[in-house]
Design a protein around this ligand. Structure first.
Ligand SMILES: *Cc1c(COP(=O)(O)O)cnc(C)c1O
Ligand code: SF4
Length: 331
């Protein structure tokens, strides 16, 4: 019984943190002790501000250019529109099947598990995605789609962030999934270990350790300041269950577009047991033009980065080109 009580209270802790996220620009300004003259933020009801306090704690007060803040604060620049910056830059609408399954690449199917996230990253390429119409609300349809395509070896839970689903819902999904003989790998793309590390509960880790599926977790860290002891502990929980953890980052102007920051990031993630995977060149999504760096800048940065790092810490520089058979590896 005590065990069951712990499961409930662990679940209540991260759900409480998620629920009490900061959702107003006024409160954000107040918490970070910023002056009105230092900021240029807007309320954007289409993609509202949402930041967990556990992440805000890692920001520097009175610094409007804090690299963590810049990822999540809604700048007035979001209201500008630019040619070529669209609501669906990867043309995912062409690949969506029943139950929120996106099958673009051989052997792998991505599942839009939910539209909810632990944070709203202002540069998100799915910030305009129609989650209401395409997600695993009841995962019957999702499982039917996956069962009907024996070419699928790996299922990638994405979103939104799949770890916003309750632990019991994830448990039920994994149990159904492992009954499909052709599925060998379960991959989870999540920002929770960084945003709300308390999400990595013993009960969640238990689900991943007991399944017959090979489990891979891909986290999303853009700046070394995102990593503190709580993040380290969450990653350790996963690693202690023999789960491989990789990191993907997005190259963002003003946040991490420097060789010094990127090389520090790769060393820091390695220190906590995570292997660098991808460095994404920005996807041209409407409302986020102010984060974009040119591909030329990205290539030049990557070359310098490679010269600073051991080969095993160099992420692949990739771009998503709609309708290509894989992500396009630039370097
Ligand atoms: C990125 C992505 C994948 C995974 O690609 P990898 O190169 O294996 O990381 C799978 N499906 C979709 C739709 C994707 O966007
Ligand atoms: S957590 Fe991921 S899906 Fe959610 S807003 Fe951030 S980048 Fe987008």
């Amino acid at each position: 019984m005590i065990h069951a009580l712990n499961i409930d209270s662990d679940e209540a802790i991260w759900q409480g943190i998620l629920r009490s996220s900061v959702r107003s620009v006024v409160e954000l300004k107040h918490l970070l002790e910023l002056q009105e003259s230092q900021i240029d933020w807007v309320e954007n009801p289409e993609f509202p501000l949402q930041i967990p306090r556990t992440f805000i704690q890692r920001m520097e007060k009175r610094n409007p250019l804090d690299p963590l803040l810049l990822q999540v604060a809604p700048s007035r620049a979001e209201l500008n529109s630019f040619k070529g910056y669209t609501t669906d830059p990867l043309i995912e609408r062409d690949f969506i099947q029943s139950g929120g399954v996106v099958k673009k690449y051989a052997n792998r199917a991505l599942v839009i598990a939910t539209g909810a996230c632990p944070v709203h990253c202002r540069y998100c390429f799915r910030r305009h995605f129609d989650y209401a119409a395409n997600q695993l609300a009841d995962f019957q349809k999702t499982l039917e789609t996956l069962a009907g395509d024996p070419s699928i070896v790996e299922v990638i839970l994405s979103g939104g962030d799949p770890l916003t689903l309750s632990t019991s819902k994830l448990d039920a999904f994994v149990q159904h999934l492992e009954k499909l003989a052709h599925i060998a790998i379960l991959r989870i793309h999540t920002r929770f270990p960084v945003m709300i590390p308390q999400r990595i509960t013993p009960a969640f880790v238990e689900i991943l350790s007991k399944t017959r599926l090979k489990v891979v977790v891909v986290v999303h860290i853009n700046h070394p300041n995102e990593i503190d002891d709580s993040v380290h502990r969450a990653i350790q929980q996963l690693r202690s269950a023999q789960i491989d953890v990789f990191n993907q980052s997005v190259l963002l102007k003003g946040v991490n577009d420097s060789v010094g920051i990127l090389s520090e990031l790769m060393f820091r993630v390695f220190e906590i047991g995570v292997v660098p995977y991808y460095l994404h060149v920005f996807d041209p999504v409407a409302g986020a033009h102010h984060y974009d760096t040119s591909e030329k800048t990205a290539l030049a940065l990557w070359k310098k980065l490679q010269a600073q790092l051991p080969g095993y810490l160099v992420p692949r520089l990739v771009r998503e080109v709609p309708h290509e058979a894989a992500k396009t590896i630039l370097c």
